[in-house]
Design a protein around this ligand. Structure first.
Ligand code: A3P
Length: 319
């Protein structure tokens, strides 16, 4: 029976490769190619997982999905949601986040489906993905489960992405200069891009289904962490009680998940894990600066104008 399953899985993976090889291609940021599938650009390996998740995932009404485009603060929000939703299970001396990277506590849907038997439905109340709204597995939309989307300022997202992918880029590929990366980003061909369409998909969904889709900004979490932690808790169905507020539970969670605390943990200094792009990522590179506005140190006036112009046009209604 296992041999038959293995055979079926191999045939399935071959069929997936055939589908993907027929798609339009652009230069990849980490590995060779990005592929255009249903209007968005994906690296090869997670695309296998995405197509499989689209066909097989059975989301449950109680599930919570954290969605981001890469480099928008996924690691931080995984840590926050995980600690908010599981706060009655752990204390702060033995908390899993002290010894486990947030990406292992909250796995990516596309990584799970790329690695496992397509029929094994994930059984976790909190999952994460970078899949755009229009490409989400249908059961996420129909089950009534909740989606938390995190948006980050485009220039900061771009600079963070360029640093990250430059560090992970396959050795056999030539380095990608900043200018070339910007051209690809602006024409939409970045991982899970176009960036602007990704954001707009979830922003519109949050207006149409505010009880099911929460749209948050990285910068707002930075400037008002207390208020936004409360929003996350309420939306995910785990509101803080008055006693918890008085006992300082919110502050403890914010401290545990802060850039400085996570970055200084041994697991995040020396460990590694499989990223959404399916390459091994040293955990340390997930914690670069964690600041707002670092783009000012990298972009020329012309580059700023190029990104800002697109943002102005695409986000004219987004406040
Ligand atoms: P920078 O490269 O600008 O420093 P993602 O988790 O989606 O890959 O996003 C990575 C970005 O989030 C990086 O930005 C990283 O430093 C920042 N980040 C990671 N952990 C954070 C935290 N706890 N608080 C704030 N920012 C964090």
């Amino acid at each position: 029976c296992n041999k038959q399953e293995e055979g079926n899985n191999k045939t399935y993976q071959k069929d997936l490769d055939l589908i993907i090889s027929a798609l339009p291609k652009e230069k990849g940021w980490i590995s060779e190619n990005n592929h255009l599938y249903q209007g968005f650009w994906y690296p090869t390996a997670p695309l296998r997982g995405i197509i499989t998740a689209q066909q097989h995932l059975k989301a449950r009404p109680t599930d919570v999905f954290l969605v981001t485009i890469p480099k928008s603060g996924t690691t931080w929000f995984k840590a926050l949601l995980f600690s908010i939703m599981n706060r009655t299970h752990y204390d702060y001396h033995t908390h899993p986040l002290l010894t486990t990277n947030p990406h292992e506590c909250v796995p990516f849907l596309e990584v799970m489906y790329a690695n496992e038997n397509p029929n094994s439905n994930p059984n976790l109340p909190l999952l994460s993905t970078h899949i755009p709204y229009s490409a989400l597995p249908k059961s996420i939309l129909t089950s009534g489960c909740r989606v938390v989307y995190v948006f980050r300022e485009p220039k900061d997202t771009f600079i963070s992405l360029w640093h990250f992918t430059s560090k992970l880029r396959r050795k056999e590929l030539p380095p990608m200069p900043l200018g070339e990366a910007l051209e690809l980003f602006c024409k939409g061909a970045s991982p899970y891009g176009p960036f602007w369409d990704h954001v707009l998909g979830y922003w519109k969904a949050s207006l149409e289904r505010p009880d099911r889709v929460l749209f948050l900004k990285y910068e707002d979490m930075k400037s008002e962490p207390y208020a936004h932690a409360k929003r996350l808790a309420e939306f995910s169905g785990h509101p803080f009680s008055l006693e918890e507020e008085k006992e300082g539970v919110i502050g403890k969670i914010l401290e545990l998940c802060s850039f400085e605390s996570l970055r200084s943990l041994e697991v995040n200094k020396t460990g590694s894990q499989c990223s959404s792009t399916m390459v091994f990522v040293p955990n340390s590179i997930l914690f670069r600066q964690g600041k707002v506005g670092d783009w000012k140190n990298y972009l020329t006036a012309e580059m700023i104008e190029q990104i800002d112009q697109i943002t102005k046009e695409k986000f004219k209604d987004l406040v």
